[in-house]
Design a binder for this molecule. Structure first.
Ligand code: NAP
Length: 312
């Protein structure tokens, strides 16, 4: 069996639509291309029940199916996909050096960072205490455990709305608790929420405490307008209050903004020449799969152009 090459023209870190589109464009551009996608390549869309705003799919497509198609497409075109995470990067000497959690060390002329974002927590001690014991950040992973039970979702954006709708498949009732008097989520999702008899939206409330013994038995809420307390007795709490960019590995290596996003110019270039970034890790505004895919395309085209400059 041929040995896996240790050097690539382009190494892409991440596995969502930005990373895999970069993989497709890198390989089609004639570059030896690798994607380090972690144990479950596919990114956040793996946790999305159905996508109906990705062009080319007239019917809603499960996020996992869309990602499998992207993985197959990138692989067919010659991109090597490793189910390992990059844990260390050296952007000093060239070619760049990358080390995976599996101990694999490889070099690359160009790197595209597309590590996406991870779910944000409220940071309450009681929330942290019950993670895995009734508090969850992943509706698709844990919804199944709440068949026939009441649960609540915290948040008011698209993630919270999607999670609440998904959880109605299992739960007898889903409280969607939002701190303001209007949801931030898109119109279509709000329509679906309103049409679902299992969903009750509790506006103007914040989660103050998660309570329980070995497992969650309820939440204490506070009305932000009146200051009045409200109690919900239930065994499951899903936190869906947005995402933070996954940039831990790049602190001190690439310019990040105050909130941790990688700073790029309009051509996806980071502060290190030859290193590009794409997708939610640099997108502070849109955070859509199609935008991530587009930025992955741009990053790969820029990386290919950068490789050309090395030949001169
Ligand atoms: P988001 O749009 O930033 O919404 C986060 C929600 O959580 C907001 O309603 C926010 O409240 C609330 N929140 C934040 N911090 C909080 C705290 N400490 N306590 C209580 N509530 C808090 O995040 P998201 O829903 O994950 O969406 C992120 C991006 O991905 C968006 O651009 C969204 O459109 C996109 N997305 C799209 C889809 C889709 O198209 N189907 C699905 C998922 C995500 P405020 O409203 O008061 O700020």
């Amino acid at each position: 069996m041929a040995e896996t090459p240790k050097h690539f023209d382009i190494v892409i870190i991440g596995s969502g639509p930005a990373a895999l589109t970069a993989g497709i464009y890198g390989a089609r551009g004639g570059a030896t291309t690798a994607v380090f996608g972690g144990v479950a390549p596919g990114g956040q869309l793996l946790q999305t029940m159905e996508i109906e705003n990705f062009p080319g799919f007239p019917e809603p497509v499960p996020g996992a199916d869309l990602m499998m198609k992207m993985i197959k497409q990138a692989t067919r075109l010659g991109t090597v996909i490793f189910s390992e995470e990059i844990k260390a990067v050296d952007f000093g000497p060239r070619p760049f050096t990358l080390t995976s959690d599996g101990g694999r060390v490889c070099t690359a002329h160009s790197v595209i960072v597309a590590t996406g974002a991870q779910a944000r927590w409220l940071g309450l001690p009681s929330e942290q205490k019950f993670i895995g014991k009734g508090v969850s950040g992943c509706a698709t992973c844990d919804g199944f455990f709440y068949r026939g039970k009441e649960i609540c979702v915290i948040g008011g954006g698209d993630s919270a709305a999607e999670d609440a709708l998904f959880l109605t498949k299992f739960a007898s009732k889903v409280y969607l608790v939002h701190r303001r008097e209007a949801l931030r989520s898109n119109f279509r999702l709000q329509e679906k929420l309103r049409a679902n008899p299992k969903v009750e939206i509790i506006y103007n409330h914040v989660l103050e405490e998660v309570t329980g013994g070995t497992h969650v038995d309820g939440v204490n809420l506070r009305d932000v307008k009146t200051g009045k307390a409200r109690r919900l007795d239930l065994p499951g709490v899903f936190i869906a209050i947005g995402h933070n960019p996954s940039t831990e590995v790049f602190k001190g290596k690439l310019n990040l903004d105050d909130t941790g996003y990688i700073v790029t110019n309009e051509r996806m270039a980071t502060s290190v020449y030859g290193v590009f970034a794409a997708g939610d890790v640099m997108d502070t505004h849109y955070k859509q799969a199609i935008v991530a895919a587009g930025s992955g395309c741009k990053a790969a085209m820029e990386a290919i152009q950068y490789l050309e400059t090395l030949k001169k």
